[in-house]
Structure formats: C-alpha cells, structure tokens
Design a binder for this molecule. Structure first.
Ligand SMILES: Cc1cc2nc3c(=O)[nH]c(=O)nc-3n(C[C@H](O)[C@H](O)[C@H](O)COP(=O)(O)OP(=O)(O)OC[C@H]3O[C@@H](n4cnc5c(N)ncnc54)[C@H](O)[C@@H]3O)c2cc1C
Length: 420
C-alpha cells in the first residue's frame, strides 16, 4: 500500500503519537468519525507494553496499586529484590518524587477515591471489547472463561476477602472459592490452603500482540496512515501543532494525541505539562506447548503475576519493578518468575523466551485522558498502568470526545493532566 502524507506546507488533520493499543483504538474511532488520522511510531504496531501483557480484560482490576497495605510495606520493599514489587537501587534517587506522590496516593481516603475513578472506566470493558473484536472479526482471540486470583494461605485469603468486598461495592462480580472449589475450576494447580476469588464474567485475550496488529490493519483499511518514525519534539502554535520527527522531517497537524505509553512524559513536558509519569517495569516468560496448565488467567496473588493460557503457549506475566525505561532487564526479576513457576509446576521445563515491558504508571493508578494546557490541540491518552489493554476502547471513546469537542461518556475531571 502506498502511504501518502500531506505535502510540505500542508497540514495533517489528527496525528496520534504511539501505535500501542491505546493509540490505535483511538485512531480507529476517530477515523470512523470522519477525521483523517496519521499514527506515528518508530516500532511495529502493538510491539510495546501492548504486546507482552497478561491478556486479561480486567474489568475487576479497580484497586489502585497504591493502597494502605502496600504503604506499610513500602520501606521494606525498597530493599527486597525477591518480592513481587521491587525498586532498582540505582534508580532510587530519581524515583523519590514519584514515590512521594505514590505514598500520598496510598493513604486510605485517596486510595478509595482512586478506586472509584478507576471503576468508572473499567466496568463495561468486556462489552466494549466484545464489540470491537466482532468488528475486527477477531472473536476467536477473546476467551470467556473468567479470571482467577489464588490465595496461598488463610491470612492472604482473609485479606483478599476484604479487598473483594470493596470491589463488590463498586459493582465487580466476584465469587469467593474454598480450596476444593478452586481445585474443581483449575484441576492442574497444586492444592492451596487459602482459596480463590473468581471473576466469572471476565474476558481474556489469547494473543494481545496479534489483536493489536488486527486493530492496526483495520485502521489502515479504513484510511488511517501509519508512519514508522519517532516524534522527537512538538510545539503548539496558534492554529496547529508542529512535530519534529527523528528523521528531521516536520509534520504539522490540527490536533495531536499523545499515546506513547511510558514514553509520553518527555512530550508532555515540552507542552509544559509536568505529569508524574513513571514506568512499572513488568516481565513475562513464555512456555511453549504448556497452555493447558491452566484453563483461564490465574493470578498468583502473593507473587503478583498471572499465568495466562495463550495461543500455543503459557505466558507468565507480571511483577512490578520501578526503575525507568532505559535500564536493561534485571535477571533477578526473571529468576523470580521462573522460580515461582517451578514451585507451582515442578516438572515445567525452562522458559522458551522472556520479555520486559513498560507499564505507563501514574502515582494514583489513574490514566491521563485529558486536554493539555494549550487546549484540545494536544490531547493526552497515557498512564494506563496495569490495565491499558482493558481500558483501550473506553479511552478511545473519551479521546474522540476530546478531539471532537463533544460530551464525553463520563466526566473527565478525575483523569486531568493537571490534577497533581
Ligand atoms: C507484564 C505486564 C502485564 C500486563 N497485563 C495486563 C493485563 O492483563 N490487562 C491489561 O489491561 N493491561 C495489562 N498490562 C498493561 C498494558 O499492557 C498497558 O497498560 C498498555 O499496553 C499500554 O498501552 P499503550 O498503548 O499506552 O502503550 P504501548 O503499548 O507501550 O505503546 C506505546 C507506543 O508508543 C511508541 N512511542 C514511544 N515513544 C514514541 C515517540 N517519541 N514517537 C512515536 N512513538 C513513540 C512506542 O514505540 C509504543 O509502540 C500489562 C503490562 C505489563 C508490562
């Protein structure tokens, strides 16, 4: 296909920076609303965080990362390299401002408020994804066997029960399971003494990377142009936005959406929006031919990772490591995942491959879906943390409302860029 961009001196209509699940679902929606959309990304569509996630359409995942429980453990976590939440020592100083905001957002009242704001975005994620998948003829990639949290011991089960009650208050459908009921649902898992929490209506994706590539293909078929370049600078002029690309080319656009995931901060900074965006680095291991070990995504709650059955493989994805987007993978994090998997399935062979990805994370676990300080010429759609796959269709609808200047489905106050 020949890609034609505006001639020098001409202006694009809408440019979206970032071809992850958030940028591409927004591109698809805006193009269908009659806008002419160009997506710019140096990497293949869906090859960032959107590629390697656990694949859960986690409409139940309304609890922010920062909570009073985590806050109590935060000081010890700074030095614990073996737990599910770790901090790269070399990055600690640079992380202090973000950690201070995170600690503040973990206080009881704030954490509860963040949960409310997240729930407003998630609760019909399954319906939105089903409709998008039907549109893409990708229903075969969507599984409807629910998702499961496993609690190892009684104390963890009681804490989980408390957490689930809070979620139920926001409309999450969840069933608490005793060890026997859990064994019936997942017969290959070893017996646990705690129990489980089952989200029966939750959907999951058997190949997130493939799904995002299908969104890109459909968007292109609808007329979206995808330009394989990086955006290195941007500035807002009176009637347009100027983007400087890595190859030296300049592109002007009427409106721009910044959807560059964990890499969005330096672009927002250039507009004067100093958002506290960090990354929670997450890892995955894949085990080829082992997808039948579990029947649905199963979260080992204590260890902070999912075992997700995917097309032809088992993907074990999760854990949190604060430490920026530049450092290489930390071998201990992969060893942690690998050891936990051997604890659960002692006969499992070595992993077939590993991956590090960058969750775009705000201290309050709420995304930024917002106009910028210069107005709707530049719109933000980043910071979706642990649930960007889940939230992409809802975010696309809200981005479309911002760009089109129409009434959004919900108030956007909780997701403003200037809320800190
Ligand atoms: C281990 C792990 C497990 C997860 N599990 C789940 C899950 O089960 N369910 C769920 O909902 N979410 C999950 N997530 C979170 C989810 O993957 C992310 O929130 C989501 O993918 C973010 O999408 P995005 O489009 O914002 O970012 P990305 O997918 O990272 O896309 C950003 C794009 O921007 C591009 N870009 C960056 N800088 C520039 C630039 N200067 N110019 C042009 N382009 C640029 C990048 O190349 C990239 O393609 C998980 C994440 C991880 C790491």
């Amino acid at each position: 296909m020949t890609v034609e961009f505006a001639m020098p001196g001409e202006q694009e209509d809408v440019v979206i920076v970032g071809a992850g699940v958030v940028g591409l679902t927004s591109a698809l929606m805006l193009q269908r609303l009659g806008r002419s959309v160009v997506v710019i990304d140096p990497n293949p569509p869906g090859s960032g965080a959107s590629y390697g996630n656990a694949g859960t359409i986690a409409d139940f995942a309304i609890a922010p990362v920062g909570s009073p429980t985590l806050l109590k453990r935060l000081p010890s976590l700074v030095f614990d390299r073996q737990g599910p939440f770790s901090i790269r020592q070399g990055a600690l100083l640079a992380l202090l401002p973000w950690l201070a905001q995170f600690a503040w957002q973990s206080l009881p009242g704030r954490s509860e408020n963040n949960m409310r704001a997240i729930a407003a975005l998630t609760l019909d994620a399954g319906v939105r994804w089903q409709s998008l998948a039907a549109d893409l003829e990708a229903q075969h990639l969507i599984q409807n066997k629910g998702c499961l949290y496993v609690f190892n011991g009684e104390a963890q089960y009681q804490a989980g029960r408390h957490d689930m009650r809070r979620r139920q208050a926001f409309g999450v459908k969840v069933e608490l399971l005793n060890p026997g009921e859990l064994a019936q649902l997942e017969p290959h898992l070893p017996q646990v003494e705690g129990g489980g929490a089952f989200f029966p209506d939750a959907l999951s994706v058997s190949d997130p990377g493939h799904l995002v590539r299908l969104i890109a293909a459909r968007a292109e078929a609808d007329g979206v142009q995808i330009l394989p370049e990086s955006v290195v600078r941007l500035s807002a002029q009176k009637r347009h936005v100027v983007l400087q690309l890595g190859n030296g080319q300049r592109v002007t656009a009427r409106q721009v959406v910044i959807a560059a995931g964990a890499h969005s901060k330096f672009l927002a900074d250039q507009v004067g929006d100093l958002v506290p965006l960090e990354t929670e680095r997450g890892y995955h291991l894949e085990y080829d031919g082992e997808s039948e070990r579990v029947l649905r995504p199963v979260c080992a709650a204590e260890s902070g990772f999912y075992m997700s059955p995917m097309a032809g493989r088992l993907r074990v994805a999760g854990t949190v490591e604060l430490g920026g987007v530049k450092a290489p993978p930390t071998p201990e994090r992969l060893a942690f995942l690998s050891q936990r998997m051997r604890d659960i399935f002692p006969d499992l062979k070595a992993a077939s491959r590993s991956w590090l990805g960058f969750r775009p994370s705000m201290p309050d676990s709420r995304p930024v879906i917002s106009e910028s300080r210069v107005g709707r010429q530049i719109v933000y759609a980043f910071g979706h943390g642990h649930i960007g796959l889940t939230l992409a269709p809802m975010t696309a609808s809200l981005v479309a409302a911002l760009i089109q200047n129409t009434l959004p489905e919900i108030s956007l106050n909780d997701y403003r860029a200037d809320r800190f």
